[in-house]
Design a protein around this ligand. Structure first.
Ligand SMILES: *[C@@H]1O[C@H](CO)[C@@H](O)[C@H](O)[C@H]1NC(C)=O
Ligand SMILES: *[C@@H]1O[C@H](CO)[C@@H](O)[C@H](O)[C@H]1NC(C)=O
Ligand SMILES: *[C@@H]1O[C@H](CO)[C@@H](O)[C@H](O)[C@H]1NC(C)=O
Length: 551
């Protein structure tokens, strides 16, 4: 009986509009852990989004994420339109972190870290791409150190702030470790981007005792190969007076440093310098990320409230906006930004104040981002992976941002023929307004030999010309800007052969495969219903190996 009513509820759930109390097919994982869209003219699939809340009051700028994890076959930086359409994605850098637009000397660059990570620290470099997506700068820390994945921030002075980990000897006897032990010291550097000159360097081990950590060695710290991460720096910010604000995940502290590196105060952790007028709510954050300083002595913090799904201090993660009174050394919680599903992310995450006054929260370890009004009301809530797979690490994005970007790639637009039409796209091009299809009678046609066939408005990442509208044997497209000006020209497509002239043959997709996928989907759905109904918790319906990371 229970099974029948449950199956019925499930069916209702599938037809009713999606809502978190009535999980959709998407969130149950019936479309896969990481539902994606494929393109004909572009080789990488981009995520399909699940919109749980939408509002006209949400910012319309682009979304910058860096999906990665077991379900993400092509990790890398990604830009989406507000409506979820793909603008840009790139797999050639491998996994990227902290991807966002930043201004350097009046120009906007796409910046990110790329390299390898050991689960908690990164070994790599910082990249700055110009508006044509060319790598303009590759930045490495000074003194032969490697760039860590957590932070790459460009300051108004044209310097860069970056996190670094270095294995260093330390006496760990006070925390049950060896007296001649090893730690991952947390370091940050400020560097002049143009000259590479080191301006400032700070080391946590010179200012913090190891026993102030909320973590314990538990067998680590005995050798250089198994050093203990006692501090875990994961963000750096700098104010107009030259003070630095650093986040330590394992100390549960935000530390303000003078321009010389002296500790001015600590918020949170074992020795907070502030009286919490909100009964603890402003300073009892734990395992937190992405601390930012704002005018009027306020801070934003992504309070994870958990180290992993097994080790939690809170019931859910919170974006925090916290007021500090530096005369009286008191703190007050202004607003907590909480996801309607009460997402608890054991690692990663970000909080961004937007130009329109809203607040944008990326949930890090879980594939979701949410836009709130400043006072904490949910305006837009979006999943880019199924919530059934939350807390598995299958799809995650270290941080998520909104921002403005103008991309004019120095590649050519892509064109592909399929049985049902001709498809065009141009990865990274933000200024295309319409596509003009042109045709010619022979393969080596010159510009003058092409005649215009049709102009259609750009429609999402990929735009389609219907077969009945296509004449001529050799086709190309012109990307048009908003004033009708030509922005780019594709290669020539031999329509009969379905290949680019002087290009590589692109096989037509097997349509039967789609039918097979549908059938499999139905089978999975049928068996899934029972599994879902047999469970009462919000945990993933299928028990998955934990890909937990403490980043
Ligand atoms: C390590 O610290 C302990 C406790 O402070 C101290 O007694 C011991 O002498 C130190 N050992 C070394 C090798 O520095
Ligand atoms: C933080 O403090 C608030 C207010 O007292 C309390 O409701 C909340 O449970 C505390 N959270 C943790 C993780 O201790
Ligand atoms: C700072 O305070 C002023 C005066 O109260 C207010 O107008 C302004 O909006 C505040 N700024 C922020 C970011 O809250």
């Amino acid at each position: 009986m229970r099974t029948y009513s449950c199956a019925f509820a499930l069916l209702l759930g599938a037809v009713a509009p999606s809502h978190q109390t009535n999980p959709s097919w998407y969130d149950q994982g019936l479309l896969g852990a990481y539902p994606s869209r494929e393109y004909h003219s572009f080789h990488l699939p981009s995520p399909r989004l699940h919109v749980l809340e939408a509002s006209d009051h949400c910012d319309q700028s682009y979304v910058f994420i860096e999906p990665r994890g077991n379900s993400v076959s092509d990790p890398g930086p990604m830009i989406l339109e507000a409506n979820g359409d793909l603008i840009y994605m790139e797999a050639k850098f491998g996994e990227a972190m902290d991807f966002r637009p930043q201004v350097y000397k009046g120009e906007t660059y796409l910046t990110f870290w790329s390299g390898t990570d050991d689960g908690t620290h990164g070994h790599g470099s910082y990249y700055m791409l110009d508006s044509s997506y060319e790598v303009k700068y590759i930045i490495n820390p000074a003194n032969g150190l490697e760039g860590d994945l957590h932070e790459f921030t460009i300051t108004a002075d044209g310097t860069a702030l970056m996190t670094i980990y270095e294995i260093t000897p330390a006496n760990l006897s006070t925390v049950g470790g060896p007296p001649e032990g090893w730690i991952h010291d947390s370091i940050f550097q400020e560097m002049d981007i143009e000259t590479g000159e080191l301006i400032f360097e700070w080391r946590a081990s010179q200012y913090y005792r190891v026993d102030e950590s909320f973590d314990r060695p538990n067998g680590k710290g005995k050798s250089q190969d198994h050093a203990w991460d006692f501090f875990h720096i994961n963000s750096i910010d700098k104010d107009a007076d030259g003070n630095y604000y650093i986040s330590s995940r394992y100390m549960h502290t935000v530390t303000c440093l003078s321009p010389e590196g002296k500790i001015l105060w600590k918020l949170g952790g074992q020795h907070s310098d502030f009286t919490d007028l909100s009964d603890g709510a402003a300073s009892n954050f734990s395992w937190q990320h992405h601390v930012r300083w704002h005018e009027n002595n306020t801070l934003t913090i992504f309070d994870n409230g958990a180290y992993s799904k097994y080790e939690r201090t809170a019931d859910y993660s919170r974006g925090l906006h916290v007021q500090l009174d530096l005369d009286h050394m008191t703190t007050t919680l202004l607003v907590a930004y909480v996801n309607p599903m009460h997402i608890l992310s054991g690692s990663q995450g970000s909080v961004q104040f937007l130009d329109n006054g809203n607040v944008f929260v990326g949930w890090g370890y879980n594939a979701a981002y949410t836009e709130f009004s400043r006072d904490g009301k949910v305006l837009c809530d979006i999943h880019f992976g199924a919530s059934a797979y939350f807390n598995t690490g299958y799809i995650k994005s270290y941080r998520a941002f909104r921002g403005h970007w103008v991309g004019t790639p120095n590649t050519k637009p892509d064109i592909a023929r399929r049985d049902d039409g001709v498809y065009v796209s141009w990865n990274g091009a933000t200024e295309v307004d319409a596509w003009k299809l042109q045709s010619a009678g022979h393969a080596d046609a010159q510009d003058g030999d092409f005649s215009d066939v049709e102009i259609i408005k750009k429609n999402g990442f990929e735009t389609k010309f219907l077969p009945e509208d296509i004449v001529g044997n050799f086709l190309r497209v012109v990307a048009l800007g908003s004033n009708g000006e030509a922005l780019g020209l594709s290669k020539v497509l031999d329509r009969g052969a379905g290949r680019i002239v002087e290009g590589i043959f692109e096989p037509i997709q097997d349509r039967d495969f789609v039918a097979l996928q549908l059938l499999l989907g139905l089978l999975v759905f049928a068996s899934f219903g029972f599994v879902v109904c047999a469970r009462t918790t919000r945990e993933p319906a299928v028990q998955l190996p934990d890909a937990s990371q403490a980043i």
